[in-house]
Design a binder for this molecule. Structure first.
Ligand code: PMT
Length: 400
């Protein structure tokens, strides 16, 4: 009964995933929450208010101008009643309404009238999710501290495959109230994320496919577990995590320098960035002109940030990543030893559904005395699981 005494106001908008919401209500109630439901007009095309009333044990609200409903529990009272406003599924249209502060129906009015935190589980076609307008709205809402759960990646009702599926009811129910144990309270965590860019000349560079999503999710998870988090990020195109100090860099050299400047004050270091192992020996000051049939570039090694941190005289507790396409366990264990790490999280990046630039990942985490598999999941979910495991290992390590 983790949510005992908590009032969750569930707003349902008009997407096909609305058919899963009676199950979501039951899962929230199973965790001890009191649930009231508000539906938009289009949501009623996908789920029956009667079913929602039956499972929630409360009347379902759908109309701002209903005098009987207002007499029973007015919309301002409902907004004040909520400890948490959860919108699942949230359509692209509803995200846009929320971004612009429209209040033309009961649910959008409640979003303005409530002081409760708002959590959104988006669900829409993958192209609609990736559309610049939706991504801009996402960035604005995240800046206003609206929390997003998902969307998950996968096959969609329309037949498309991509990001846009609503998270499963169990995952939403598990994550909606972020009353995560403050396992890292008072700890300072430094995390690297994203790719680095190594300049060849003023217009060209080499880089890799890292989107920053895994590292950003870890930064958010560490913050939710109570840590003070600094994120050193390569060039990415995703919104900054909430309440996380983010330092932007471009090259591996810059990432190395920024990490070394900040690591002294850190209890924990996580190297999730895909740092370029090599950089061009010479960055030419002028654009290289097209001439011969072949062009040869010479590369030299970049500093190994993770290894340098772990080899400090008084190193923080250090978690590295291993992105491998074969012999995953063998290579990960050799990195754990060679780089003197406390833990390493290995992902098999030969599978293009996980790892680089995908919404999901799967990890096997190794430490000197053990290992644990974290099955394929949305990166935000996996990040919480990994940070909890790290917090446990960190504590045991301190007690050694
Ligand atoms: O960003 P996403 O799109 O979400 O993708 C996530 C990810 C696949 C990038 C992430 O899960 C991951 O695996 N990150 C590490 C990628 C990598 O560079 O792995 P590696 O096996 O080459 O490096 C091993 C470790 O050494 C890593 O912790 C890396 O950050 C670190 N390293 C590597 C080279 C270097 N010069 N300095 C380093 O610190």
């Amino acid at each position: 009964m983790q949510y005992k005494g908590k009032n969750i106001l569930l707003g349902i908008t008009g997407g096909i995933a609305a058919y899963k919401t009676p199950d979501l209500v039951r899962k929230l109630i199973a965790k001890g929450a009191e649930v009231r439901v508000v539906v938009t007009d289009s949501a009623k095309e996908f789920v029956s208010p009667l079913a929602l009333q039956a499972v929630s044990g409360n009347p379902v609200s759908d109309n701002l101008l209903d005098k009987d409903a207002e007499a029973a529990m007015g919309h301002i009272e409902l907004a004040k009643w909520a400890d948490q406003l959860l919108i699942a599924p949230a359509t692209a249209n509803f995200m846009a309404k929320l971004t612009y502060g429209l209040a033309d129906d009961l649910l959008s009015t409640l979003c303005l009238a409530t002081a409760a935190p708002i959590t959104i589980a988006p669900a829409m076609n993958q192209q609609m999710w990736l559309a610049p307008a939706t991504q801009d709205n996402l960035a604005v809402l995240q800046k206003r501290n609206v929390r997003f759960l998902g969307p998950a990646q996968g096959e969609q009702a329309c037949g498309d495959v991509g990001p846009g599926r609503m998270l499963e009811p169990q995952d939403i129910a598990d994550l909606v109230l972020p009353d995560l144990p403050q396992l890292l309270f008072g700890r300072k965590v430094l995390i690297t994320a994203g790719p680095t860019r190594e300049d060849i000349d003023p217009v060209r560079y080499i880089t890799n496919h890292s989107s920053g999503k895994m590292g950003y999710a870890l930064a958010q998870a560490a913050q939710q577990l109570g840590a003070e988090v600094t994120l050193v990020s390569g060039p990415v195109n995703i919104p900054k995590p909430n309440k996380v100090k983010t330092l932007n860099i471009s090259s591996a050299e810059q990432m190395h320098e920024t990490v070394m400047q900040n690591v002294m004050h850190s209890d924990i270091f996580i190297g999730c960035a895909a740092v370029a192992d090599y950089k061009p020996l010479n960055r030419t000051s002028q654009k290289i002109k097209k001439s011969d049939q072949e062009l040869t570039l010479t590369f030299i090694k970049n500093p190994d940030i993770l290894s340098d941190v772990a080899h400090l005289d008084n190193p923080p507790f250090t978690l590295g990543f291993a992105a491998e396409t074969q012999n995953v366990k063998e290579y990960a264990l050799s990195k754990l030893q060679r780089k003197k790490l406390n833990m390493i999280a290995a992902n098999d990046v030969s599978d293009d559904k996980i790892g680089f630039n995908s919404e999901q990942n799967a990890l096997t985490v190794f430490w000197p005395e053990g290992e644990q598999k974290l099955e394929i999941a949305d990166k935000s979910i996996l990040a919480i699981q990994l940070m909890k495991l790290l917090a446990l290992r960190y504590k045991e390590n301190k007690n050694d």
